[in-house]
Write a protein that binds this ligand. Structure first.
Ligand SMILES: *Cc1c(COP(=O)(O)O)cnc(C)c1O
Length: 808
């Protein structure tokens, strides 16, 4: 492709699509035209990729996830195809501003946070590493809600991201499959075997929409297949409608379509909602049927299935893949239980994402059984056989068997099903995998030690550095060459330049320009003017008790108290930036958002502190907003209660953009510390060991902190004495959680150590050269947190897949 050719093709495409000339074009028409052109171009590579996969009969992996937090795709696709500059110049000649065209694309926000974004980074790495890996998910009509802040409170608005269509997807109506819910199972007997006949079920049509995922500067185009729920024509048009039961027919249609209507906005919390269970089964049943159909069509023998297909489940959400694969093998393919079980476990692998008990999925048996009667029978049988094995191994140890059973206490325990029915269980950072083995899943680890492993999370350096921070990316390329973009281990070459005055200067200038850009966005969005030479101290992530935004707030209150007492206090000016959504039903998290706003109101208009502090909350945290914030960040707040954050990936995005981590020894922070060394990170607080010991043995009393530390007493009093504007009793719940509910997340316990850590940040930053050296070191060491490294480890260690080279 070159500029002249692009321009010609673009104008032709525009006229054929819109029946008018470019002069009359709306920006949306231009967006659609460009999107269609990109997609058409990718289609050739897509066809070639699929053909190579079939011809070479290489093993494929399917990544099952209820969430894919993709963000925007157009600029990514332009960059990856090497078209960005060509289009920019051609559009310049047509007086079209590419930036404003790109901004028209809505974020594909089909995820809550880290788990969904991880799935998106993995798709990026599959394609960029030329690995045959595909995503399977749900095409939610409404993505993660839009957050508006009204009077300091979060208000949720629907996100109709498909309202103008989606240029990337292709509806594959001919590949639709049927998914069955409810009904009953009748047993029949044929030549000594029992046959299970599912009848009187409700049938839902699953229609796939495929989107191409192109690799970085290569010819691989993999597939993200998202399923949409529709009524079968048969049910809707003929049976119900013809009986004249119009209203019921419409109601039925609505009910069916509700399966792919919305993404549940709960992060780290499971709600026992039947629609969610329906979504989970819908995803796995549709995906497995289509995988097996395709496999058999290409002549594959089921005996070889696990050698040709790997299926990965992102958390337990798609764990019904295990009994559903068993159902297909046994009921439809007439396989015996033992063989079906062997192939199923060899095919499926599982990632655990959390040890928070409130996030571990379990479903009441009665609800499960009514919705999925045949699947329940299979789960029940899996449980019977597993408990029998346990009984052989631990005779009479009912207690232990009860703790490990798949079905127990009236519930189906999804994590237990995942461990029993898969060949690999991985945590997402070293410490998290260790806690799984030694605590949460210790019984299972004792039984299946070979199944457990670690795969530390990663992020794609192409979106989170090349795309979002182009000037830093250019500096890196100028310094060490372009190879880092598909081989992130190359970034380590920057270690040779940590003392290079020119590089330091450039890193400083680039960060400063990114801060200017963010300051402008902040002013546009909030009318708050921030000092671009202040330290940009950033905490952006879901709002949650364990992530401890409240600890950040208490520190800001303390700093403010010190400044009020002494306006000449020797501290560098700071801008505290927050962003993040709360689950709509999570009261404490919503109050935290209000608290940040109340504090911001107080501090931002207090002239007496001479603009040394500013507090900003940016609404509607999303991939696109994140891409604007990370490049401007200097301090990365990773302050979760130790043991609670399985890995974190925001921490990696900050690091790759040169921010210094201020964090606890939790999740991947520990590996970041190991990578950069203690002198290039600021660590504070309790260790996971301390926290787990307190939970186990007790011995922590929040009131002791209150009585021992006058700063804490003062701040907590200020939460409830009207000190914060417009908030009389508003923060009583925050106060009560800290004192009367004994501070579940050890906020007060870690307070003093956190304040000290902030003071160290202040000192480090005041030595510019020192700080820049730390910053360059963080960038240089961030290569190991590339999702390319993560995916390579999954590929060789779990899935046993290899790259497939696609010719031009
Ligand atoms: C990276 C990312 C997250 C995860 O952030 P953590 O700090 O790891 O919780 C959540 N949301 C978005 C939009 C992200 O880009």
């Amino acid at each position: 492709m070159n500029k002249g050719l692009f321009k010609q093709l673009f104008l032709e495409k525009f006229e054929t699509m819109h029946g008018q000339t470019i002069e009359e074009a709306s920006p949306m028409d231009i967006y659609m035209t460009l999107g269609t052109m990109i997609r058409d171009y990718m289609s050739r590579k897509w066809i070639a990729t699929n053909k190579a996969y079939v011809d070479q009969e290489k093993k494929q992996v399917y990544y099952f996830s209820m969430e894919f937090l993709l963000g925007k795709m157009m600029e990514r696709n332009l960059l990856y195809l090497g078209w960005k500059e060509i289009v920019e110049e051609a559009f310049g000649e047509l007086a079209v501003d590419l930036e404003s065209i790109l901004s028209l694309e809505p974020d594909a926000g089909l995820g809550n946070g880290g788990l969904g974004r991880l799935a998106a980074c993995f798709l990026d790495s599959f394609a960029s590493l030329q690995l045959p890996g595909h995503g399977c998910g749900i095409r939610y009509k409404y993505g993660f809600f839009d957050q508006k802040i009204v009077d300091g409170y979060q208000v949720e608005l629907p996100d109709p991201w498909l309202k103008n269509g989606n240029v990337w997807e292709i509806r594959k109506a001919d590949k639709a499959v049927e998914v069955r819910f409810g009904g009953n199972v009748r047993l029949d007997h044929h030549d000594n075997t029992t046959i299970f006949i599912h009848e009187n079920y409700d049938s839902v049509l699953a229609v796939p929409y495929d989107s191409p995922i192109v690799g970085f500067r290569n010819n691989t185009v993999n597939t993200l297949r998202l399923w949409s729920a529709e009524t079968t024509m048969r049910d809707f048009d003929f049976s119900t409608f013809n009986r004249g039961d119009y209203l019921n027919a419409v109601k039925y249609k609505h009910e069916v379509e509700s399966i792919s209507q919305i993404l549940y906005p709960d992060d780290q919390h499971q709600e026992g909602r039947i629609l969610r269970l329906k979504q989970q089964y819908f995803l796995v049943s549709a995906s497995l049927q289509s995988i097996i159909h395709r496999y058999k069509k290409k002549g594959g023998s089921l005996d070889e299935f696990s050698h040709k297909i790997a299926i990965h489940i992102n958390d337990t959400h798609p764990v019904l893949a295990i009994p559903e694969l068993m159902r297909i093998f046994i009921d439809e393919e007439e396989m015996g239980w033992d063989q079906a079980w062997q192939i199923t476990t060899e095919t499926i692998s599982y990632t655990n994402h959390t040890i928070l008990p409130e996030a571990l999925e379990k479903w009441p048996i009665d609800l499960f059984q009514i919705l999925l009667p045949r699947i329940y029978m299979i789960v029940h049988e899996i449980n019977e056989r597993f408990c029998h094995e346990l009984w052989q191994r631990y005779p009479n140890n009912w207690d232990k068997i009860g703790q490990m059973a798949v079905v127990a206490d009236g519930y189906v325990h999804m994590a237990h099903l995942a461990v029993v029915g898969s060949h690999s269980i991985n945590g997402v950072a070293e410490i998290h995998s260790e806690i799984l083995k030694k605590q949460v899943m210790r019984h299972f680890h004792e039984l299946f030690p070979h199944k457990f492993n670690n795969k530390t999370n990663g992020i794609t350096p192409r979106r989170w550095l090349l795309k979002s921070n182009p000037s830093l990316a250019q500096l890196i390329t100028d310094t060490i060459g372009p190879a880092w973009r598909n081989d992130s281990s190359e970034l380590i070459q920057l270690m040779k330049h940590t003392d290079d005055a020119y590089i330091r200067d450039q890193v400083f200038t680039i960060k400063h320009n990114n801060k200017l850009r963010l300051a402008k966005i902040i002013e546009e969005k909030t009318s708050i003017k921030v000092d671009p030479s202040s330290i940009f101290d950033v905490q952006i992530k879901r709002i949650h008790g364990y992530k401890r935004q409240v600890l950040n707030v208490l520190h800001i209150m303390d700093l403010y108290n010190r400044l009020r007492e002494n306006p000449d206090l020797n501290i560098l000016p700071r801008t505290f930036v927050f962003a993040g959504k709360s689950a709509p039903s999570y009261y404490q998290a919503k109050q935290t958002i209000k608290l940040i706003h109340s504090l911001a109101d107080l501090i931002n208009k207090d002239a007496s502190i001479k603009n040394k502090l500013k507090v900003v909350f940016l609404e509607n945290y999303s991939v696109s907003l994140a891409e604007k914030i990370f490049p401007a960040a200097e301090v990365s707040e990773q302050i979760s209660t130790a043991s609670k954050e399985a890995s974190g990936t925001g921490n990696m995005k900050f690091m790759m953009n040169g921010a210094i981590t201020l964090g606890t020894l939790d999740g991947a922070n520990i590996e970041i510390k190991d990578a950069v060394g203690e002198e290039n990170i600021v660590i504070f607080g309790l260790t996971a060991h301390d926290v787990l010991a307190y939970y186990r043995d007790g011995g922590y009393n929040a009131w002791d902190m209150y009585h021992q530390d006058p700063r804490i007493k003062m701040i907590l009093t200020q939460l409830i004495n009207g000190f914060l504007p417009g908030a009389q009793d508003e923060f009583r719940s925050v106060y009560d959680a800290l004192l009367y509910q004994n501070d579940e997340y050890f906020v007060l316990k870690d307070f003093s150590s956190y304040v000290d850590a902030h003071n160290r940040v202040n000192t480090l930053y005041s030595n510019r050269n020192q700080w820049l050296k730390m910053s360059i070191c963080n960038i240089a060491q961030s290569g190991r947190f590339s999702s390319d490294r993560t995916i390579s480890e999954y590929a060789s260690g779990i899935w046993k897949i290899e790259p497939v080279y696609i010719a031009e």
